[in-house]
Design a protein around this ligand. Structure first.
Ligand code: ZN
Ligand code: ZN
Length: 597
């Protein structure tokens, strides 16, 4: 059965379900109850229903109509994956779901949703959109997709592991005390983000690929033990004894009773409405708890890596840099011989990372993009799209690893054969942007939106740009995309020492080629500047791997940029070279030769 005909049958089942519950429509978000980027297969409800596999999407199915909302990354993919006769793709910004609701629902209609999958903030917006036309948003018990999905996979039950204090830099008990101080005068805070739960309890989980978060909710009380809601099957003896002094473990289904107990005590409870399921807000409200909304108190301390985590990041990046360097040498030898495909390359890179002996997982699915595929920033290589690396073509590879001491994310762009002058010009402009951002000094309080232009300046001056953010936060053996700070046109989070961010400007020429260079940076106190009158912050570059010199056009590099690149390569040679010998060391030595005359 094709996905199109499967979808048709599933839409009919869902609509029958709607009729029997007197609903006019139903929301099907891509997210599961933890709002993360990766969801286990049992929770891939949007994909099962529509065929769409992107990491963000929302479908609204009514008795007669259906729309799927996606963002700019997925405009092409959605057309290929869904049956557009059944469901209409809509760009999230051009036509927001709230506008669609107002246009397609009418007086008296009931729009159903699963309150565990929709956040408190989202539910508020959808409810308002419904009310405008006299319709009503209705929380439905039990998920309607689960009700019709006969062969739905089981929930994963991977055992949780402890994350040792030697790597975390602070014990779970100490972190808990810090947060308890931070949440006062509230009596409790409900944590619903799996990376916060992983961070505060020094635990790591393995239910979803690439991201060792702990899919569990927790309630931290201002005094005493925390409560953590987690399937008992996931708790090893080691984890149980680790948690014993700091938390009470309960089954996921017991959270409602604990929330009601908070209401009974008239407790003041902090929730992050942007991430908390509507169900949690509703239960607290009904139980008459007093709710304060604010950001998750773990978010900032998690982002500010402590001294031990910083050391871990350096070690992980060095190790990853050795694997990447060996890989690029291999690629430079093999690709020109022909017959090497994107999937071959991704597998080989994984092998080099595994050779480090420390790899726990990749930090996301490798993006190995040959020729025109490199023009798609979130290209996904599979059997259907797999392409050989061609002569005189650009090859872009974006990848990363999860190591117990740190998470990596690196992009390198190389040329197989000879580049055109245009490729060299564009590559050099991207490189100038990457360098410009890497070496900036900035006063305390500066946020990513103020720095973003640095990575684009050389492109803008040539009438060019790239349509994605310049950088995202990165976790410490956690999510490769971590809040709160980002480097893009809008982010307002002040950058603080210890935060790790990516620096990844690019250039994309549709149908031809794409370029991206990505290093990870860590915010640090900068050395005092002679004659300066205040303390500045700056970035320490963490990623260590040579940059393709055959794509650099020296005529548009200035002296300072060339000196930066030479100093960077000297550092790569010193730190990565220590772990190489023979032909590999000889290759790296050549790749790191100075370019400044
Ligand atoms: Zn990347
Ligand atoms: Zn990245």
């Amino acid at each position: 059965m094709t996905h199109a005909s499967a979808s048709r049958a599933r839409f009919t089942l869902l609509r029958n379900e709607l009729k029997s519950r007197k609903l006019a429509g139903y929301l099907v978000p891509r997210q599961d109850e933890f709002q993360g980027e990766y969801v286990p297969t049992y929770a891939e409800r949007l994909r099962w229903l529509t065929g769409f596999s992107g990491s963000w999407g929302l479908a609204i199915i009514t008795l007669r109509k259906a729309a799927i909302f996606i963002d700019g990354r997925y405009t092409i993919q959605v057309q290929e994956q869904v049956d557009t006769k059944l469901i209409t793709p809509q760009h999230l910004v051009d036509e927001p779901p709230t506008a669609w609701i107002a246009r397609n629902l009418k007086q008296g209609d009931r729009l159903g949703f699963d309150p565990w999958l929709v956040t408190a903030d989202q539910a508020k917006r959808f409810a308002e959109a419904c009310e405008k036309v006299g319709a009503r948003l209705v929380a439905v018990d039990g998920n309607l997709i689960d009700a019709i999905w006969k062969d739905q996979p089981a929930r994963p039950m991977a055992a949780i592991a402890t994350h040792p204090t030697q790597l975390a830099g602070r014990s779970a008990a100490d972190k808990l005390k810090d947060i308890q101080k931070a949440i006062s005068p509230n009596d409790a805070v409900v944590l619903t983000q799996p990376d916060s739960v992983a961070w505060i309890f020094n635990l790591r989980g393995f239910d979803v690929p690439f991201t060792p978060v702990v899919p569990a909710y927790a309630i931290l009380h201002a005094k005493g033990k925390a409560e953590i809601f987690i399937a008992p099957e996931k708790l090893t003896e080691d984890v149980k004894s680790h948690l014993k002094k700091i938390a009470v473990t309960r089954k996921p289904s017991e959270i409602e009773a604990s929330l009601k107990a908070l209401g009974k005590k008239k407790a003041s409870v902090l929730i992050d409405a942007a991430w908390t399921p509507e169900r949690i807000r509703a239960v607290l409200t009904k139980a008459k708890a007093s709710i304060t909304t604010g950001s998750d108190p773990c978010t900032l301390p998690k982002a500010r890596k402590n001294r031990i985590e910083q050391e871990g990041a350096r070690a992980a990046q060095r190790r990853d840099g050795v694997a990447m360097t060996r890989f690029i040498r291999w690629l430079e030898m093999e690709a020109p011989r022909g017959g090497v495909t994107e999937l071959d390359v991704a597998a080989k890179l994984r092998w080099f990372r595994e050779q480090t002996g420390e790899l726990k997982d990749l930090s996301f699915e490798t993006i190995p993009a040959a020729g025109p595929h490199a023009a798609i920033p979130h290209y996904h290589a599979d059997e259907g799209s797999n392409r050989e690396l061609g002569m005189n073509e650009i090859f872009l590879i974006d990848s990363g690893g999860q190591y117990p001491d740190g998470t990596t994310d690196i992009t390198r762009t190389v040329i197989v054969g000879q580049p055109t002058d245009e490729m060299r010009d564009r590559f050099t402009r991207v490189l100038k942007g990457m360098i410009n951002l890497s070496r900036i000094r900035f006063p305390k309080g500066t946020c990513g939106s103020q720095l973003d232009v640095l990575a684009r300046q050389a492109l803008w001056m040539a009438g060019l740009d790239f349509d994605h953010g310049t950088g995202h936060g990165v976790g410490s053996y956690l999510s490769v995309h971590e809040g709160p700070a980002r480097i893009n046109k809008a982010d307002r989070t002040p950058l603080e020492p210890g935060m790790i961010l990516s620096n990844e400007p690019g250039f994309y020429k549709q149908g031809e080629y794409g370029i991206r260079i990505e290093n990870l940076l860590m915010v640090q106190e900068a050395h005092e500047i002679a004659g300066g009158d205040r303390r500045m912050l700056g970035f320490e570059t963490l990623t260590l791997c040579p940059i393709e010199r055959r794509l650099i056009d020296l005529r548009i590099m200035d002296d300072g940029e060339m000196r930066w690149l030479d100093a960077y390569h000297a550092r790569v040679l010193k730190e990565v070279g220590d772990f190489l010998e023979g032909d590999e060391l000889a290759w790296l030595t050549k790749a790191c030769e100075p370019i400044a005359g």
